[in-house]
Write a protein that binds this ligand. Structure first.
Ligand SMILES: [Zn+2]
Length: 272
């Protein structure tokens, strides 16, 4: 998960290094070297109120650092922590923040009420979903472009796949979509956005940025063969409550593909 809670409030706090330190003061009962000398940062799950442990609050503290990904996340801690929280296995097993099934095309959920609820959640929260999608892929797609993806998603009833829940609908829309054409789109200037820009500038044979300010993807020169530039999200996996997804960008001409970028991203919570 990438949210946390504290004892004095029911709020679901976003897990960032800054927010965690501000809300807990990195002090007792949250800072607990007595429980874990290697990763002594704890909090409570905002939904089931069980203890959670913060992993990778600082780079390289606990797990190997993978290129471009800090891996900061929290996971349920399945023992009581005196002064902080008592572990309760019943609420833990029912907790909606416990990542369960990876997103994919394998199993269909046979629960009409839940399927209908997820469908309405998508249909009634389009502006929020569009913003999440722009944030995930770091590209400023126009509203009508994303709305087309949402329409296709609803028509094909992809929300019925197991693994889809009310925290990951934007990811579900992206992984069930075919490769996304990003020609003419503008890239954001977030960390990942800058990586995408760099990959195009340093590796692309056919594309460049129109200007550094707008970050728009344009062709280097008019080409009669119409090269394509595409982005695809795939390979969602859950390892010990950490959720990862792969993002690949490639260009293609005459059926020949060249990979420009292939990275792993942390999956963020997308509550609606
Ligand atoms: Zn929980």
């Amino acid at each position: 998960m990438n949210v946390f809670g504290i004892l004095s409030s029911d709020d679901e706090e976003t897990l960032t290094e800054e927010n965690y330190c501000e809300k807990t003061n990195k002090d007792k009962p949250y800072y607990r070297p007595d429980i874990s000398p290697i990763s002594p940062y704890f909090a409570i799950c905002p939904r089931c109120k069980n203890p959670i442990q913060i992993i990778n609050l600082y780079k390289n503290t606990m797990e190997e650092n993978i290129t471009g990904r800090k891996g900061l996340h929290a996971k349920h801690y399945t023992q009581s922590i005196p002064g902080l929280a008592v572990f309760d296995s019943q609420s833990f097993n029912a907790c909606s923040l416990k990542a369960k099934v990876p997103l994919g095309y394998h199993k269909i959920r046979k629960n009409d009420i839940e399927n209908e609820r997820l469908k309405n959640l998508v249909d009634n929260n389009r502006p929020q979903i569009r913003n999440y999608i722009r944030e995930i892929v770091n590209i400023y797609f126009k509203n009508d472009v994303i709305d087309e993806w949402i329409d296709a998603y609803l028509n094909r009833r992809y929300y019925e796949y197991k693994g889809v829940d009310d925290r990951n609908l934007p990811y579900s829309i992206l992984v069930t979509h075919q490769a996304i054409n990003i020609y003419g789109q503008k890239i954001s200037n977030t960390d990942i956005g800058l990586e995408i820009r760099d990959a195009i500038i340093s590796k692309s044979k056919y594309f460049k940025l129109e200007t550094e300010e707008n970050g728009r993807i344009v062709q280097k020169e008019k080409n009669l063969c119409y090269p394509k530039i595409r982005l695809v999200l795939f390979g969602h996996k859950i390892i010990d409550e950490e959720e990862i997804i792969k993002l690949k960008m490639y260009e293609e001409i005459d059926g020949k593909e060249k990979v420009l970028m292939n990275i792993e991203l942390d999956v963020m919570d997308c509550p609606l």
